[in-house]
Write a protein that binds this ligand. Sequence first.
Ligand SMILES: NC(=O)c1ccc[n+]([C@@H]2O[C@H](COP(=O)([O-])OP(=O)(O)OC[C@H]3O[C@@H](n4cnc5c(N)ncnc54)[C@H](O)[C@@H]3O)[C@@H](O)[C@H]2O)c1
Length: 332
Amino acid sequence: MTAHASRGMEDTNVLIIGGLGFLGSNLAHRLVASGARVTIFDACLDPYGWNYANIKEIARDVEVVVADTRDFEAVKAQVADKELIFNFAAQVSHSLSMERPCMDIEINCRGNMNVLEACRRFNDGAMILFAGTRSETGEAHYLPVDERHPDEPSDIYSINKLAAEKYHLMYTRVYGMPTTIIRVGNTYGPRHQMKHGQYGVLNYFVRRAMLDEPILIYGDGEQIRDYCYVDDVCDAFYRAAQTPKSIGEYFVIGSGEPVRFIDMANQVIGAVGKGSLLHTPYPEGREMIDVQQYYVTNDKITGYLGWHPTVSLKGGLEKTVAFYRTQLKEYL
Ligand SMILES: NC(=O)c1ccc[n+]([C@@H]2O[C@H](COP(=O)([O-])OP(=O)(O)OC[C@H]3O[C@@H](n4cnc5c(N)ncnc54)[C@H](O)[C@@H]3O)[C@@H](O)[C@H]2O)c1
């Protein structure tokens, strides 16, 4: 089957780059259950979310290749026979991107260019789905944010992710290669790393509450965020991969519900059943890159793909806490 016809996933050759991490591994579970042949490509870099525990239930059903997107030959070797490629590998820490900007460029620009060039030269029919990030938008000019909102990325990571988005869409425009961008907001749920709070902080707050460690709130906690449960996010990628309607398109997705950061933290405490908050000043350099307000409208993706979020923050937190009640030790 070509990438241009609507597809089921049965026997589809799929590559998930960054597939040992949070989004990639959750999507791998969904794809394996749908009968796809899944290869995971991951460099197992710290301090990111790779974890073999993420795929323990499907370890026999997936192939794992430990390799780095910065290595063109390694990428080339994996893309040739794939029909679908979920391009999720990234340096994902906002603050690390400010400390080590060239490292961020290497992974988030050059690594993604390697994926695109390997496909252009060796498999230009593979459909590539790229995960962008909310912080490419920067501070909102209007709310809810939609696909027409201007981009003023708030930090090096977000600038490089935006560049990578543009690379993908340019490869569709110029070379006719099928790519799709889904720009993801704050996502939470099972299989997120819990070792530190550099990114994916809601998940880290679950750990802090479970271990009776105070949850640190930088500033007043009045920031507005849009928290989306991981199964919903994976479902958006899954649907986008099934139809040519998504090719060359860019979608923002989220819960569509504005939530104050401080309210999210209190809801974490409610879901865990214990925990405390500690207000503290921002660490140096953090406040300037912290977007104050973000939530989206899902109108475009609902219209194109029929996607809409199905899990409330309360329900998603319950599922997340239930997962870590039995699995936490594998994530510490
Ligand atoms: N989780 C979120 O809330 C969120 C929000 C916005 C965007 N995103 C995007 O979604 C994607 C996945 O993020 P995640 O939350 O699963 O992060 P994660 O840290 O859990 O997973 C990222 C994975 O990529 C791997 N990786 C990093 N650099 C690599 C390289 N050069 N070569 C091969 N593998 C490499 C890491 O080892 C890790 O397993 C990223 O592109 C991220 O920018 C995530």
